[in-house]
Design a protein around this ligand. Structure first.
Ligand code: DGL
Length: 278
């Protein structure tokens, strides 16, 4: 029997599940089975507050431990805050291929009709040198309004934990994108943090006329292309033994609520683990 491909997906919390959702939806279309090994590093969240060296050491420890446990076929850094800083260093450390997630500035610059786009990401991502380079390479013609928010990360975590979230908080965060002068409003906003697509419905409710752009689909395509180049062949989609493995580094959420949220994202059978990595 052929081995089912497996991917290791890492984020500081549940944000990377938005990337898993896009990957699972593509695998369903392609009728290809795939196992997700997800690592939510809640012990070190938010990543945006960590110094570069500490973040690098932390990611190295996680990847090393998970490679031993699961031997995934590839690693997805499902976190813009990490990918915009550490992708080259991590690629150089390990043999396994890495896929990074960075803000979708290029597609947003293609999509905007007004040449005014928003970038909604963590405070760390909005001021990375990598982000400056993306903007000058692909959106030089555009005015880019950058908004950094940790509050939306907290809101997305709350949503998946089954808690009530606040539209007021979301409205306040989005205020800089709204202008009295309609000609000055953005028509396209990049969701440059993987937590934020989990709040898409609420974001749309607050700004219904904006096009929201995220990296999920492009990453899903890249992952499937890479897996297709490896020699798994096609595995049948009804493999009953396929269980996705979800790790937390500090505390486990309520199993029933969280597994239902996972199922809604297309991650149907899952097992939750607590793993303290030092
Ligand atoms: N989901 C992460 C991202 O895409 C959040 C990072 C954080 O913990 O600061 O940037």
């Amino acid at each position: 029997m052929m081995k089912i491909p497996s991917i290791l997906v890492i984020d500081s919390g549940v944000g990377g599940l938005s990337i898993c959702q896009s990957i699972m939806s593509t695998s369903e279309k392609n009728e290809q089975n795939l196992q997700i090994i997800y690592f939510a590093d809640d012990a070190f969240s938010p990543y945006g507050l960590l110094e570069e060296l500490e973040l690098e050491k932390r990611l190295e420890s996680i990847v090393s431990a998970m490679l031993v446990l699961h031997q995934p076929d590839l690693v997805i850094l499902a976190c813009n805050t990490v990918s915009t800083l550490l992708l080259p260093q991590l690629r150089a450390q390990f043999d396994v291929p890495f896929v990074g997630v960075v803000p979708a500035i290029k597609p947003a610059a293609k999509k905007t009709l007004t040449n005014r786009i928003g970038l909604l990401a963590t405070p760390a991502t909005v001021c990375r040198a990598y982000t400056d380079a993306l903007i000058s390479d692909y959106a030089a013609e555009c005015e880019v309004i950058r908004v950094g928010s940790n509050e939306l990360v907290t809101q997305a975590e709350a949503l998946l934990a089954g808690e009530k979230i606040s539209l007021n908080v979301i409205e306040t965060v989005l205020e800089p994108f709204i202008s009295e002068d309609i000609a000055l409003e953005v028509d396209t906003i990049v969701l440059g943090c993987t937590h934020f697509p989990l709040l898409k419905q609420q974001l749309q409710e607050v700004l219904p006329n904006v096009s929201w752009v995220d990296s999920g689909e492009a990453i899903a395509k890249r992952v499937h292309d890479l897996l297709g180049q490896m020699s798994h062949g096609h595995t049948h989609s009804s493999d009953a033994s396929l269980v996705h493995q979800i790790y937390f580094s500090e505390s486990l959420p309520d199993q029933f609520t969280f597994k239902s949220a996972l199922a809604e994202l297309g991650i149907k059978d899952s097992k939750l683990h607590l793993l303290n990595i030092s």
